[in-house]
Design a protein around this ligand. Structure first.
Ligand code: PLP
Length: 469
């Protein structure tokens, strides 16, 4: 693990000790050197279901949940893998005792689970939630406007000839490092839309090939993720029949992710894991632009209020959401309103391609930022070690981005900022009853040879650190 592990779980750092004082500062030079760091929120969280600048509320989350339900019969017909699931795109919540042991997380600090979005059907990543939701919302609006559908009608008509003819005159476009393009491209082409995916230079070849095989038009850009999005946005603005899925600003994407929360709440209840003042819930979410983790965090905050503590996880080369949050911290205003990782000398180069984003979504920051517990970073080598450990101990097949959640509990336990967070919220006496959820955000469709390379690299990194120990 990246942090020096203290031999015992630090139990007693009352306010006023060095640990608590350090929480008020943040070691920006360590972040700039690419070391794993944790920024933890010190401002009190807004109470209850506070309104936010973007005007997104629990009603919007419920509307997204209802939309998924209306579309389920259509989805079951369009995708054979959804037939047995009655059209529900959801993932398991898995107990992972062997992995918890391999991570050296003592049960005194709580119990670890995995939210297995790496196995989400249709898109193979968390993007199935946001990306597919936005395509469905767009298709629904078009079909209603053209009188092909009534709000309480049978949505399976959207697979019929009239709807397909309508969708064929419309285009859905998106800019993506890969996974969002996969989700949007697969769903849009399944409904008969023309689909265009603008991809950044760091997008993997297999993702481009998979999309092209589905008839999606893949446009390659030499620049990074932000540039691919900007190019797609520009082209779409010139065309009234084009709907651009804007990963940096989209409300529909955000709500598709947020709709995960009620289902997760039912899964926790089914596993006998209460969430309340005596049973805190910690959720560790890999973060790119912030939409996926932000949506999930927002949805969970609506249900569990102050008892859920969401932490975002980013590669050390791409900590855009950390910088975004840091910029709101007294003493760090110089970072500006929407800082980029390049501004602080980082290069945004990471094998975690789902997280290779230079600046955060301001929508996600506005809506989810105030609800966050914190943001931490993970080195690429650690991601590969964790990917390998997840496979060895629990047979989980994940991509590097999806491993970022696994260091969350240790960052909380072993860093001064994490310890101070636990003290500030009075959580110390309740840690043994805590539930930790690492959200594994992608992996299902990684090709065999690519995955074998990931595993080998993880094994090498693990052997190297064993030898050094
Ligand atoms: C996109 C992605 C994320 C993060 O989602 P954002 O909305 O970009 O923050 C995490 N993991 C994987 C595998 C992804 O593809």
């Amino acid at each position: 693990m990246p942090q020096p592990t203290t031999a015992t779980v630090p139990g007693t750092a009352p306010a006023g000790t060095p640990a608590a004082q350090q929480a008020g500062t943040f070691d920006l030079p360590a972040l700039q050197r690419g070391e794993p760091v944790l920024w933890a929120a010190t401002a009190p969280r807004p109470a209850g279901q506070a309104q936010n600048g973007a005007g997104i509320s629990q009603l919007d989350v419920e509307a997204a949940v209802a939309r998924w339900r209306r579309f389920a019969p259509l989805l079951a017909g369009l995708f054979p893998e959804l037939q047995a699931r009655e059209g529900v795109i959801e993932s398991e919540l898995l107990p992972v005792p062997a992995l918890q042991q391999a991570l050296e997380l003592s049960p005194d600090f709580g119990t670890l689970f995995v939210k297995a979005d790496h196995g989400l059907p249709v898109a193979g990543s968390v993007k199935a939630r946001g990306g597919i939701h936005e395509v469905l919302e767009h298709a629904e609006a078009l079909a209603l406007r053209h009188g092909l559908l009534t709000p309480d009608g049978d949505y399976r008509v959207l697979a019929g000839p009239a709807a397909r003819a309508l969708f064929a005159c419309h285009q859905v476009a998106v800019g993506s490092t890969g996974n969002l393009g996969l989700a949007i491209g697969v769903m849009a082409s399944a409904l008969g839309f023309k689909a265009v995916v603008h991809m950044s230079a760091d997008a993997k070849d297999w993702k481009k090939a998979r999309l092209r095989a589905r008839g999606v038009d893949v446009v390659e850009h030499a620049g990074d993720y932000a540039q691919a999005v900007a190019a797609g946005r520009r082209e779409a603005q010139a065309d009234a029949t084009c709907h651009f899925v804007d990963d940096e600003r989209s409300r529909s994407l955000f709500l598709g992710y947020a709709a995960a929360a009620p289902h997760l709440a039912r899964q926790l209840a089914a596993l006998g894991r209460p969430v309340d003042a005596q049973h805190p819930l910690f959720v560790y979410l890999p973060c790119g632009v912030g939409g996926a983790p932000g949506g999930v965090a927002f949805g969970l905050a609506q249900l569990f209020g102050p008892h859920v503590h969401c932490f975002f996880a980013e590669p050390t080369a791409s900590p855009c959401f950390l910088l975004q949050m840091l910029a709101t911290t007294p003493g760090f205003e110089f970072l500006g309103s929407n800082p980029s990782v390049y501004d602080v000398g980082l290069d945004n180069r990471t094998e975690a391609d789902g997280l290779a984003v230079p600046s955060a979504s301001e929508l996600a920051a506005a809506v989810a930022g105030p609800l966050l517990g914190g943001v931490y970073t993970v080195q690429d080598d650690t991601l590969f070690k964790l990917l390998h450990a997840a496979a060895r101990t629990e047979g989980l097949r994940i991509e590097p981005s999806a491993a970022a959640g696994f260091t969350g509990p240790a960052m909380l336990r072993d860093t001064p900022a994490g310890q101070a967070y636990i003290e500030r919220h009075g959580l110390r006496p309740h840690m043994a009853a805590a539930t930790h959820i690492a959200w594994t955000t992608g992996g299902l469709f990684v090709p065999e040879d690519e995955y074998a390379r990931f595993l080998a690299r993880g094994q090498e990194a693990a052997a190297a650190s064993d030898a050094a120990a």
